[in-house]
Structure formats: structure tokens, C-alpha cells
Design a protein around this ligand. Sequence first.
Ligand SMILES: [Fe+2]
Length: 334
Amino acid sequence: MVDDDPLVRRSVARIIEANGLATIEAASGPEALAILEREGEFPLVVSDIDMPGMDGVTFLREALHRYPDMAVVMLSGVADVTTAVECLKVGALDYLAKPVLIDEVRARVDKALEKRDLVLQNRFYQRNLESRVRELDHRNRQALINGVQMLVHALEAKDAYTSGHSARVSRYAVKTAVQLGFTAEHLEQIRLGGELHDIGKIGTREDILHKPGPLNAEEFQHIKAHAVLGERILAPFLAESPVVLRVVRSHHERLDGGGFPDGLTGTEIPPEARIVAVVDAFDAMTTSRAYRGSLTPGDAVQELRRCTGTHFDPDVVEAFLRAFADMSALPISI
Ligand SMILES: [Fe+2]
């Protein structure tokens, strides 16, 4: 209770004490600030506006600067109504007109304390809510990663070759994407896209997946379906990761429109899918599969260059070669 007039100070303090609260009195702004300094935050401050030395508005600013959550009620003489309104703008919750009436002090004090409680409760809920949302987000991500892992394991169980292939494609794709200027979240989606690009092969018949010789037209049609199937499998999981879905669907498109599933040409093909197309081909060529042996990295690069412009995006091929300039370290081991 801050007022230079001891009578007013005492009487307001008594009314507040009669409400079951303890009070400390100060005869000036500086004295009250010293008490705040010593005692820490108070739930409620009642302060006169018109005081010699530091006036009430200055005290209010100083006090709220230190403790923004304190409920402050100003006391104003009839002449100070404009100043009282200014106090509300500065952050006082209410003001009382002098001479003070017991019931009015009680009511205003109760209301100010209630308002403060509400503010604090709101803040508590807000913080709590934010941390709950973060926690849920974390759990969702974890569930997503688990789901993706499950799919990858399912495919590995069916086709052991794919597991190392997907991991290598993912690494190649990310380093190439860095060369092309992709960053942050985008890179993360390219990484996941590389990991999952062939996930649709879960639906490919094993006799075709492991066939040692060349595929006939019907078999080729069947294997082509993995791009669209992969996208369909992942769509419910990855609605918020469109890049991953684009990679999975479009990693077999060719610049000249001769690819599948959509026969897209040039820049119609998502850039992330153009990256995976190049590194997918490189990895396929440099590792041996059921139906053929492997090429040396040098021969594979020759092949990439030969198909640049028709099959592969030249910028991507160049970026890949920059990212993996040391050919002797290829293929990378996982
Ligand atoms: Fe594929």
C-alpha cells in the first residue's frame, strides 16, 4: 500500500487486511521500490497517483518493469481521472477514486487479484499446452519413423539387395542435393525419399524381383507399378512430406518423357526426383544384382554422361560428380 498520506495508507491497508491479506506500507515510490527489491514480487500493489517526488505513474512503470505480473490498483483524486486512465494503459488493472469507500476497495482488490490469477492461469495453460503439443509432435515423429522403419524392414525381408541400395541412394542424393543448394527440411525429405524410393516393391512379385534374366513386357509393366504403389502406401503417413512422395512416385521419370509412371518431361519432373533418378541409376550400375554384374564407378559415370539430357538432368549429374569427386571412394559403403 503506497501513499504519502499516512491516514489513507493505514485505512486502505486495514480494509485489505480485513480481507485476510497481509500488507506492507510505503510512504513513497522509492520506498516501495526498495521493498519490492528486498521482498520480491507482491500479488497486489495499491498506489496513490499524486505523491511528492516520484509520482504514481512513474512508480507504476518501474514496478511493472520489474514484476509485470503484479496486480496494481491506483488511487486517484477527482482531479486525476485522466492520469488514472493513463495508468490503465501503462498496465494498472484498475483505479479507485478518493475518498475511498470500504466496499469499493474490497470489490476492486478482489477483482484485481482475480484478474491476476486468470492471467497467471492462462499463462500456465498456454505453456503447458505448448509443451504438450511439442511432446505430441515428438511422439508423432517417432511413430512416423517407426512406421517407416517397419516398411523398410518389410521390404528388406523380401529383397535383401534393396536395403543397402536404399541407404546408399539416400546418402548419394543428400550430398548431391547439397551441391544443388537444397537445405534443412528439404534435405531431410530428400534423405527420406532416397530411403523409401523403392518401397512400392513390397508389392512386386518375388519371381520378378529376383529374376536373373531380362524381363518380358508384362513383367516390366508389373515392376513399373512400384512407383505409384510406393506413393500410395506412404501417402497416409507422409501427407506433410510432399517431397518424399514426389521422389517415390517420380524417380523413374526421364528428361525426354520416356520414363514412368507419368511420362513427365524436363522440369515437369520434380527436381528431387531428378536427383534420385541419377543416383539410383549410379548405385544400380555399381553394385551387382541377381541378373547382372557391376560396372566400375568410372564406367558407370560414362554411362550417366551418355544418358545425360535424354535420361538424366545434366545439372544433377554434374552436382553428383562434384559431390563425389573422389571416384576411388565409390561405391560408398554403408
Ligand atoms: Fe525404383
